[in-house]
Design a protein around this ligand. Structure first.
Ligand code: ATP
Ligand code: MG
Length: 439
């Protein structure tokens, strides 16, 4: 039997319903914040990520799904969203005067990384992400963080924590880098093997290590915040002041550096210690990347963005037993009794759906009782019964389930005027009696 590739998932049933709810909620909030969607290709040139994300990052050095196509081009499945959006921003000249500034865009899309699969870590996973181009205003940082925070709150999550830090500008980091090397070098033998190789290549990543002894060691390391220029310091203070003004709680973790090389100034993560992951886990991470657009051949343009993993989000929602609203409940179950009414069942079902109602029906000539069970299972608001007698009178019996009340409604009303029937029936059933008695 052929099976799905390792680290991928099939989504269906309740699971797919949660995903839809997440995506629909996100789209509504993105619209409130005035972000527009962008869709980019599933595969891109390898060079986009080796330059955009950085050769020393885990993503590029270990996790790329890269391949040579039949034209010998070095391609890769997209491992993350930002570099691809930046490419599109530059290629489509979205910095031009006819486009809104700042340019605010979002994506919801599959990403691919060759990783060891485990809970919340897949080879094909999905991210909701945003990018804002063209403003260095710290209010952009805070609005974008607030957007992520709002989305998670709107989805009913409470076990989350916002952590922020500042990485300063390049010059600040060069000075800090040296201070960090000076601090760590005397402890070289105590460092994990990974951190030993990183110490001179990318010492900030040592701060990020998950190794217990490394964590102990870096606890007393110098803080990046002591190396910030006045400008970066002011920026970071404004970010904190704005977050406080919005009543969004946060912590500062000076050892948080994030895995991607393009960040500067504000970075943030939203984490959870939910038991579904085993350890403290990041659901959403992002920050400011003022140099990236230029690095990818565009004009000097500041940027700010985040990526949020949908798989982890959904795991957390299940863990917190978040309730999914019943927007997918069934409006009408169309119950047909007997072979002779099948054309009426077909046409009335069709016409109700054309009027915007969700309608289900039977295809197996099941007994009324079995059909009624199907209706109950789907929490139908109404059951409309059509038997021989109803066809003869051109009038259906409509049962309003919550009120245990049954009324007669002409087929013609169902076919053309169902809004009135539905609204009246679900609100006040005395009104519907009057409505049809008057006819
Ligand atoms: P981690 O340290 O957990 O590997 P990361 O730093 O590689 O995360 P980012 O590249 O910042 O993650 O991606 C942003 C978000 O995307 C993560 O916080 C997470 O929610 C999600 N994510 C990243 N990699 C995976 C994966 N392999 N499977 C599922 N979700 C993922
Ligand atoms: Mg990773």
């Amino acid at each position: 039997m052929i099976q799905k590739p390792k680290g991928t998932a099939d989504l269906f049933g309740d699971e797919a319903r949660i995903w839809q709810y997440v995506e629909e909620t996100a789209r509504i909030i993105f619209n409130d914040y005035r972000f527009e969607e962008m869709r980019t290709p599933l595969f891109e040139s390898y060079e986009l990520f080796s330059r955009g994300v950085g050769d020393t990052s885990d993503i590029v050095s270990k996790e790329m799904y890269d391949f040579y196509d039949k034209g010998e081009r070095h391609m890769t499945l997209r491992p993350e969203g930002t570099a691809a959006i930046v490419r599109s921003y530059v290629e489509n000249k979205l910095f031009g005067p006819e486009h809104k500034k700042p340019y605010k865009t979002y994506y919801m899309a599959p990403m691919f990384r060759y990783e060891r699969p485990q809970s919340g870590r897949m080879r094909q996973f999905h991210q909701i992400g945003v990018e804002v181009f063209g403003s260095t205003n710290p209010a952009v940082d805070v609005e974008t963080i607030a957007l992520a925070w709002d989305l998670l709150k709107e989805l009913g999550l409470s076990n989350i924590k916002l952590v922020i830090n500042s990485l300063g500008k390049n010059e600040d980091r060069i000075k800090y880098r040296q201070a960090l090397i000076d601090y760590l070098e005397p402890h070289f033998d105590e460092l994990s093997a990974d951190s030993q190789t990183r110490l001179h290549k990318n010492p900030l990543r040592v701060l990020d290590s998950k190794d217990k002894k490394d964590i102990e060691l870096v606890k007393d390391a110098p803080s990046i915040l002591d190396f910030l220029s006045e400008e970066s310091q002011k920026h970071f203070e404004m970010v904190q002041a704005y977050l406080t003004a919005l009543d969004i709680p946060f912590e500062i973790d000076t050892n948080m550096v994030r895995g991607l090389d393009y960040y500067q100034d504000t970075i943030f993560e939203i984490m959870t210690d939910s038991k579904s992951f085993g350890a403290k886990t990041t659901i959403c991470g992002g920050g400011r990347y003022d140099g990236l657009v230029e690095d990818l051949d565009g004009p000097e343009t500041p940027g700010f963005g985040f990526g949020m993993g949908i798989e982890r989000l959904v795991l957390l929602m299940k863990d917190e037993e978040v309730e999914i609203p019943n927007v997918y409940d069934l409006d009408v179950y169309m119950m047909g009794i007997g072979e002779d009414v099948q054309t009426e069942v077909l046409t009335l079902t069709y016409k109700l759906r054309q009027q915007g109602y969700s309608v289900d029906r039977d295809f197996f000539n099941r007994k009324p009782k079995a059909q009624f069970k199907q209706a109950q299972k789907q929490n139908a608001t109404m059951v409309i019964t059509i038997g021989d007698e109803e066809v003869e009178n051109q009038e259906a019996s409509v049962k309003i389930m919550a009120k245990r009340k049954e009324i007669k409604v002409p087929f013609s009303e169902l076919a053309t005027n169902f809004d009135v029937v539905y609204r009246q029936a679900t609100m006040d059933t005395t009104a519907i009696d009057e409505y049809f008695n008057a006819k």
